[in-house]
Design a protein. Structure first.
Length: 547
């Protein structure tokens, strides 16, 4: 009898598991919604209980003081996450309050503050699409509400399709001569770029200008003749032969958006794209500021750690750091192209290295040498006027026996590396960057008359602390900001140099991970940094960035 009961119970459990697996498999193979065919740009107009607002937005009239919808536009990001963007005409929300995304059939999920898209400033929230709502096609834009209680009735037919991050005009900049659009989904990373004459830039009220350059995600066009400009002038890209206008969340601003120069143009700046690097940032900033970097420009790719708090602390301590909210996935090249325009009036040279990379020279290890801004700046000052780019080789460090993030920082914790150099990073003269803004993450095409110089590793090298303690490596490779590097769960390019050898598609620690990638013990930078930044204490040494 007991055996029969146990057998029956096991059969029921097995049936539940099989059903769950089949359902999960079904969800993973639901197709994404099709790309919207035409973007309609119109002025708000009233309908029954709703209003269709500019930039594909559905809102409801207020229902009660504590429960009403808010004017927004929504974009589908990877992993069923939705970016909800406030309309520029909407008053900034109380970020201490609670908000929710209301989907079709009254399904609700919590909304989390994400960041502020600049020019015009628009507050953003993110929320996840409930599992049962993912089966609907096309997916509809959710409505942002203040309370999940008694959600408003919304006619599904009036809800517009969710915009897709992979097919979108996502940012724009104006220069003295033209307008620069950043567009996902037209040109390919593998070198296929459509001709400029296939496109127009389209502004509010149907104003069009010719596209003059089409390269990667960067499209440049002539400035429009618009005299009455306010924060609501949208801009998009028209595919002429298809009579189609791409969805857009970008706005045209005739004035140039620029990185604040603080009254004086810096000789050397550093820019990188970051995601959840708060615990590493102080070490990276303090070190590089001591050897010549005067200004830091961080493109925040949607961090949800305490990055803002750490940046604020560093700014109060006198460091010149600017954060630009850049939430779009796999757009690192576009972000670097953006930086060459955005920072051009504030920086002469821009160094493109990541927060786990530290530039140094074997010549600095003289016992008498002290940190100085001239250490890096002398390289740029001493170069010929025809040199527009310095290329620096990288040394890749492994876990070096560490099982958790070293308290004294990466330069002190990781001292064993691979033997051979791999890849390179660059310091770029912004005036020398080709007008197409084409780059391969850390290497730019230059204008005619300029050349790149490859620096010998004995003169300068980058210590790349790439393979860190397993918890850090796991968090980093779960979500990569680089357009070239796939997230490790994507089952493509298994032999790519950007994948960790021996690591598969699952976040499972390989055997003997702490000992991997250790071919050469290299204490040069470790010893130098300890001398420059170490402070003696009763328990030994404490580094300047330790809190």
């Amino acid at each position: 009898m007991a055996s029969n009961v146990r057998t029956t119970f096991l059969c029921i459990v097995a049936s539940i598991i099989i059903c769950a697996v089949v359902y999960y498999h079904h969800l993973r193979h639901i197709p994404l919604p099709p790309s919207p065919a035409i973007l309609s740009v119109s002025k708000p107009h009233a309908t029954k209980n709703y209003a269709i607002h500019e930039n594909l937005t559905i809102i409801s009239k207020p229902l009660s003081p504590n429960n009403y919808t808010i004017s927004t536009t929504a974009v589908l990001l990877p992993n069923w996450e939705v970016l909800v963007i406030f309309s520029p005409e909407t008053s900034p929300p109380n970020l201490d309050g609670h908000y929710f995304c209301l989907f079709e059939t009254k399904l609700v999920s919590p909304a989390r503050f994400s960041g502020v898209i600049p020019s015009p400033d628009r507050v953003t929230f993110t929320c996840s699409i409930p599992a049962t709502a993912r089966r609907r096609t096309p997916l509809k834009q959710p409505v942002l509400i203040k309370s999940p209680e008694n959600p408003p009735e919304i006619e599904s037919s009036k809800m517009l399709p969710l915009l897709r991050w992979s097919y979108l005009v996502y940012d724009s900049l104006s220069t003295e001569d033209d307008v620069v659009l950043f567009v996902k989904g037209i040109n390919t990373r593998r070198g296929f770029n459509r001709e400029p004459n296939e496109f127009n830039c389209v502004f509010s009220d149907g104003v069009r200008t010719a596209v003059t350059s089409s390269m990667q995600e960067v499209f440049r066009c002539k400035r429009p003749s618009i005299t009455n400009v306010n924060s609501s002038v949208t801009v998009s890209l028209e595919i002429v032969v298809e009579n189609r206008i791409l969805p857009s969340v970008a706005y045209y601003t005739p004035t140039q958006r620029k990185l604040d120069s603080r009254g004086e143009k810096s000789l050397l700046c550093a820019s990188t794209m970051v995601y959840n690097v708060a615990k590493f940032l102080r070490e990276w900033v303090l070190y590089h500021s001591k050897i010549g970097v005067q200004k830091f420009l961080l493109y925040d790719n949607g961090s949800d750690d305490v990055l803002g708090k750490v940046v604020d602390e560093l700014v109060k301590e006198g460091f010149d750091i600017t954060t630009y909210f850049w939430v779009w996935p796999k757009t690192q090249e576009g972000g670097f192209s953006h930086s060459t325009i955005y920072a051009k009036d504030a920086c002469t040279w821009m160094m493109y290295v990541d927060v786990d990379e530290f530039v140094n020279s074997p010549s600095w290890h003289n016992n008498e040498l002290q940190p100085s801004k001239s250490l890096l700046q002398s390289l740029t000052l001493s170069n010929s006027s025809k040199v527009g780019q310095l290329s620096i080789n990288c040394l890749e460090f492994g876990p070096s026996g560490q099982k958790i993030h070293p308290e004294m920082g990466v330069t002190q914790g990781y001292n064993c590396r691979r033997r051979n150099e791999n890849r390179h990073k660059s310091i770029v003269l912004l005036d020398a960057v080709n007008d197409s803004l084409f780059n391969v993450i850390h290497h730019f095409n230059l204008k005619s008359g300029y050349k790149s110089r490859k620096i010998n590793y004995k003169e300068l090298v980058v210590n790349h602390y790439k393979y860190q303690a397993w918890p850090e490596f796991k968090a980093k490779f779960r979500r990569r900001v680089s357009a070239y590097v796939v997230d490790w769960t994507d089952k493509v390019n298994p032999n790519s140099n950007d994948r960790a050898p021996g690591v598969g598609y699952l976040p499972v620690e390989p055997q003997r991970w702490p000992q991997k990638f250790c071919e050469v013990y290299d204490n040069k930078l470790k010893d130098l940094v300890l001398k420059w930044f170490g402070m003696k204490s009763d328990s030994g040494y404490q580094m300047a960035w330790q809190r």
